[in-house]
Design a binder for this molecule. Structure first.
Ligand SMILES: Cc1cc2nc3c(=O)[nH]c(=O)nc-3n(C[C@H](O)[C@H](O)[C@H](O)COP(=O)(O)O)c2cc1C
Length: 205
């Protein structure tokens, strides 16, 4: 097998798309989620994000990375306007409609209508949940941090509520994402269905 070696300057000489595709694969498999929001007038918005990450469990926090605000970013604008949003896991039957939400729809067109996904209300909040998602998480905006190197932002949210089918939870609390057919993303276009191969006990010395 021949090995490809690339330095930073060689990477810089690649075209935009091959560079993006290559670098986007380097972080490994990523989570696949839809972030649902609404503006204060009730206009809903839905977009796919592959950067949702665990930040801590007490308090329970999730983060995601937002691209630079050089163009309109409706998810971000709605989160700043209303203070809440939901993170909804993508399973194998939702890939087509979930991927379609990445298109740059105008602010007055809801991706829910455009893709056929269904918004269901979250009592007491403006942001809806995605009915088709088996795992739904409601969050309150906590803080944001600008990454100075490329003007992306880490958006931090506090989990206020979560919903999932009882049968996908193990007795120790863990959710069985494989059982729920939750997909993972590599690059910006490749969806895979992981198979659990082992569960390992907590390591103590
Ligand atoms: C597979 C995939 C993953 C994406 N992940 C992110 C992400 O983590 N952060 C981000 O800002 N945009 C991400 N995007 C792009 C957004 O989905 C896209 O910019 C969308 O139009 C944002 O919609 P909005 O303006 O309604 O918020 C991703 C797109 C795709 C196809």
């Amino acid at each position: 097998m021949s090995i490809v070696t690339l330095t930073e300057s060689e990477l810089g000489r690649l075209g935009k798309v091959p560079r993006l595709n290559l670098v986007n694969s380097l972080s490994g498999y990523k989570s696949a989620n839809l972030i649902a929001t609404s503006n204060s007038k009730g206009q809903t918005n839905l977009a796919i994000f592959s950067s949702v990450m665990h930040l801590g469990s007490d308090p329970a926090l999730l983060g995601f990375i937002l691209r630079p605000t050089t163009v309109a970013r409706h998810t971000y604008e709605n989160i700043k306007e209303t203070g809440d949003y939901t993170i909804n896991h993508i399973h194998e039957d939702m890939i087509d409609s979930a991927h379609q939400t990445s298109a740059r729809y105008p602010a007055d067109q809801s991706e829910f209508e455009a893709t056929g996904l269904t918004a269901i209300p979250w009592d007491g909040h403006l942001a809806p949940f995605v009915e088709q998602s088996k795992i739904q998480v409601g969050l309150k905006f906590e803080e944001e941090h600008m990454i100075r190197a490329n003007r992306t932002r880490l958006i931090v949210g506090r989990i206020l509520e979560m919903r999932f089918p009882e049968e996908i939870q193990h007795p120790d609390g863990t959710l069985d994402l494989a059982k729920a057919k939750i997909v993972t993303i590599s690059g910006a276009d490749t969806y895979s269905l992981p198979a659990t191969i082992r569960r390992m006990p907590y390591v103590r010395l």
